[in-house]
Ligand binder design. Structure first.
Ligand SMILES: [Zn+2]
Length: 272
C-alpha cells in the first residue's frame, strides 16, 4: 500500500504505492521508544538500553533535524546521563554493593555520540500525546517517517488499550502521493504561529502549500475567519451570551466546515 523513499530536501517520506480510499487504515503500530506522562527525556537513556538490536537500528535509521546549537546541547545532555550512570556505578562498586569482575571503565565517547543522536532523533520524530494518554511522547518505526503538512491527507488516533497508533486516510490518496500528518495539536493556527511551533518542537520549517505565501493565501484567509469565529464563540461563552444550544451547534458546525474545507483536520491525537 505504501513505500518509504526520498521526499526531496525533507529526506525520506512515505508514499502511496496504489490508490488509497478515504477512511483506509494505513498503519497500526506500537511505539519504538516512548516517554510516559510526567517523564522527561532523561528517561530515554534507560529506555534505549532495553531496545532489541533490530529496534535500535530502526531507531537510529530515522532522520533528525540537527542544528549546531541543538547538537551541542544534546551532546552535553547525553554526556551527563552517561557520566551520572558511570559515577553511580563506580560508587556502588566502591561500596562493594556491586560484585563485578571487570574494572571500572571510562565512558566510551561513541556511546555519548550515539545517545546524543538518539535525543536528536527523538525530538525530530516523536509525536506528542494529550494528557489523557499514558504516553507523553513516542517514536514509531514507520509512522514517524510520515512527514508533516498543515493540510494533511491522513490522521492518527492512539488506541490506549491496544497501545497502538492507528493512521487513517482522511481523503482519497492518489498513487505516488506522499502521505502526510499534521504534527500540530492546534488546528487552524496562522502561518507564523505554525512555523514557530514546528521549528521549536520538531526543528524544521514547513514548506507545504498552505505555508506558501502565494498558494496558501486562501487558506490563511479561512484560518483567520475560523479564529474569529472561535474567538467570538469563546467570548460569547465567557459572557454567557451563548445559552442557546442551537446557536452553539451552528457555530461549531461553521468551524468544522471551515476546517474540513481546508483539510486542516489532520493529526488529532484522540484516545479511544
Ligand atoms: Zn505548512
Amino acid at each position: 500500500m505504501w513505500e518509504i523513499r526520498l521526499a526531496g530536501p525533507k529526506g525520506l517520506g512515505v508514499f502511496a504505492k496504489n490508490f488509497i480510499p478515504r477512511g483506509t487504515r494505513i498503519f497500526s503500530e506500537k511505539p519504538l521508544l516512548a516517554i510516559l506522562q510526567g517523564q522527561d527525556t532523561s528517561a530515554l537513556y534507560n529506555a534505549t538500553k532495553q531496545l532489541s538490536p533490530d529496534d535500535r537500528a530502526s531507531l537510529l535509521s530515522l532522520s533528525a533535524h540537527v542544528t549546531k546549537e541543538s547538537s551541542f546541547i544534546r551532546w552535553n545532555k547525553a554526556s551527563w546521563y552517561i557520566m551520572k550512570e558511570t559515577i553511580s556505578d563506580l560508587n556502588a562498586k566502591l561500596r562493594g554493593r556491586k560484585k563485578g569482575t571487570g574494572n571500572w571503565r571510562m565512558p566510551r565517547f561513541h556511546a555519548i555520540g550515539e545517545h546524543a543522536a538518539i535525543l536528536s532523533i527523538f525530538r525530530s520524530n516523536a509525536f506528542k500525546f494529550g494528557r489523557t494518554s499514558q504516553f507523553h511522547q513516542a517514536v514509531f518505526p514507520r509512522i514517524s517517517r510520515i512527514n508533516h503538512s498543515c493540510i494533511p491527507n491522513a490522521q492518527g488516533n492512539f488506541h490506549e488499550v491496544l497501545g497502538k497508533f492507528n493512521i487513517h486516510a482522511t481523503r482519497d490518496i492518489d498513487v505516488d502521493e506522499e502521505l502526510t500528518l499534521n504534527y500540530l495539536q492546534e488546528h487552524g493556527a496562522l502561518r507564523a504561529a505554525r512555523q514557530l511551533q514546528l521549528l521549536n518542537d520538531y526543528g524544521f520549517s514547513c514548506d507545504c502549500s498552505a505555508c506558501d505565501v502565494v498558494r496558501g493565501q486562501e487558506g490563511e484567509g479561512k484560518r483567520t475567519e475560523m479564529l474569529d469565529v472561535l474567538r467570538a464563540f469563546a467570548e460569547g461563552a465567557a459572557n454567557e451570551d451563548i445559552q442557546n444550544p442551537g446557536e452553539e451547534l451552528r457555530t461549531m458546525q461553521l468551524f468544522i466546515n471551515l476546517l474540513e474545507g481546508e483539510g486542516i483536520a489532520g493529526r488529532e491525537v484522540a484516545t479511544m
